[in-house]
Design a protein around this ligand. Structure first.
Ligand SMILES: N[C@@H](CCC(=O)N[C@@H](CS)C(=O)NCC(=O)O)C(=O)O
Length: 142
């Protein structure tokens, strides 16, 4: 198994943390800057987003889906707490982080990325280069 990652990618770190917690041996390849837009990477993830997990059965993309895959592949220790409600809360927190920390290109990316715009992220968590735009400019997720 190989994780195509990038230094500083919160989405990739999320997967690296899960791999470590579960003791899954995986090669981590940190792509050089801009490599996620190269044809080679786009053939793995046409969305041009990091990370991607290469498995024997093919590539997986979207860090939350990768976490689900890893959690089912190696159930112990679980990434989620016990209890229906607690699990839903944990998923909510994870999805908020997953979506809100990926809004740097909020004004330019495809519609399915415009889900959690920058202003939903507390100021202390914002990163340089993030774009904060008017709520009216953001289409509703479909
Ligand atoms: N929802 C995606 C977000 C992936 C994402 O936006 N990754 C960032 C790095 S954290 C990226 O690929 N940025 C490249 C770019 O915006 O061009 C996931 O959780 O995997």
């Amino acid at each position: 198994m190989k994780l195509l990652a990038r230094s500083g990618s919160s989405a990739a770190y999320r997967c690296r943390i899960a791999l470590n917690l579960k003791g899954i041996a995986a090669e981590i390849e940190n792509l050089p800057a801009g490599a996620h837009r190269d044809a080679a990477y786009l053939s793995v993830n046409p969305q041009g987003r990091i990370p991607a997990l290469l498995t024997d059965e093919g590539a997986l993309v979207q860090s939350m889906a990768i976490l689900d895959y890893l959690d089912e592949l190696v159930p112990d220790p679980s990434l989620l707490p016990e209890g229906l409600h607690a699990r839903a809360r944990a998923r909510g927190v994870a999805q908020r982080a997953s979506l809100s920390l990926s809004t740097r290109r909020v004004a330019t990316t495809s519609a399915n990325q415009i889900i959690a715009p920058a202003w939903t992220v507390p100021k202390g968590l914002r990163m340089p280069g993030w774009t904060s735009i008017s709520p009216r400019a953001v289409p509703s997720p479909s």
